[in-house]
Design a protein around this ligand. Structure first.
Ligand code: TYM
Length: 326
């Protein structure tokens, strides 16, 4: 059968790129037949320095955010990665099947290892842990944004290497990309919208108020042509707004451009801000409500971890046996 797995780092409230690139898809998939797991990947988060109190709050905030987006614990397994220690154990075994050169070329290592320090061993082997997340449940499909495709190719490679050495066990997991594969920064439409962007106006968060959203969209970098067209190569700024508008309103890019004929970009930005707010407002309200319900979020995570463990334990036992551990 089909098994769906995906993860998100608890490094702050999700942004519009997370939502349109992945989370909206997560919500739709949980009602599909088959089993579905979504993980808050705190082991991945500590590959960059984290303040412990801050991390704890971020894990609960992410839980509240996912529930507010429409993730239902009755329809999927929502859990915190570090509560299922099998992830770390499988990651070790898979790391022994992965070559260093294969990891060295992945974009995240190339980018982040140049910041601050030299880059930790954990940051380097981050994609191996991601492969372990997916393979631990023998997952077949992984809903992610476009920036995760190379990590998924590594997971496929690792599955193949394991299967060749120890006989077939893992399906090769396939990426499920949403229609809006990559949402760009509002300040620099040539780079992706990202949680770690230091520019406050670059990123729309799911907790932003209508005023925050109006300001960020109004200040979004566009160009000196006032007409609204979709041309990501030559007009990345306005095209990013069109892509966002299409995604939040459920229209095609063509429909959005047709609807915006006669508007200049200043007026069009007001339309986009309204459309974004229409989508974000109920989620924002849900997050605020759930944040206040302390104990409930912990209970959801504890129950999710117990259910995830039940699936993981027999698969890891099989891996251990094949590897030759007594
Ligand atoms: P993370 O936490 O950076 O992002 C979570 C999801 O959001 C997508 N995304 C975007 N989509 C479109 N436009 C953007 N600007 C944008 N920014 C982020 C990501 O593609 C992702 O789907 N390594 C993963 C977490 C992870 C994982 C896994 C994912 C760990 N283990 C196993 C799938 C399966 C990450 O850092 O996602």
């Amino acid at each position: 059968g089909r098994r769906i797995f995906s993860g998100i780092q608890p490094t702050g409230v999700p942004h519009l790129g997370n939502y349109l690139g992945a989370l909206e898809n997560w919500v739709g998939l949980q009602d599909a037949c088959g089993s579905v797991l979504y993980s808050i990947v705190d082991l991945h988060a500590i590959t960059m320095p984290q303040d412990p109190a801050h991390l704890r709050r971020n894990i609960l905030d992410m839980t509240a955010s996912l529930l507010a987006c429409g993730i239902r614990p009755a329809h999927c397994i929502l859990f915190q990665q570090s509560q299922v220690s099998e992830h770390a154990e499988l990651s070790w075994i898979l790391g022994c099947l992965t070559s260093m050169p294969r990891l060295r070329h992945l974009p995240q290592w190339k980018m982040k290892s140049k910041q601050k320090n030299e880059g930790s061993v954990g940051l380097f082997t981050y994609p191996v842990l991601q492969a372990a997340d997916i393979l631990l449940y023998r997952s077949t499909h992984v809903p992610v944004g476009e920036d995760q495709v190379q990590h998924l190719e590594l997971a496929q490679d690792v599955a193949r290497i394991f299967n060749n050495r120890y006989r077939d066990l893992f399906p090769e997991p396939r990426a499920l990309l949403s229609a809006s594969r990559k949402i760009k920064s509002l300040r620099d439409p040539t780079s992706k919208m990202s949680k770690s962007d230091p520019q406050r106006l670059a990123t729309i968060h799911l907790t932003d108020t209508p005023d925050d959203i109006a300001l960020k969209v109004r200040k979004a970098v566009t160009d000196f042509t006032s007409e609204v067209t979709f041309d990501p190569e030559r007009r990345p700024g306005v095209s990013n707004l069109v892509a966002i508008h299409a995604a939040v309103s459920g229209q095609s890019v063509e429909e959005v451009v047709w609807g915006a004929r006669g508007l200049d970009t200043a007026r069009y930005k007001e339309v986009v801000a309204d459309a974004v707010n229409h989508k974000v407002a109920p989620i924002r309200e849900g997050i605020v409500r759930l944040r206040a319900e302390g104990g409930y979020l912990e209970t959801v995570l504890a129950e999710g971890a117990a259910r995830a463990r039940e699936l993981a334990v027999p698969i890891l036992a099989e891996v251990r046996k094949r590897v030759g551990f007594l």
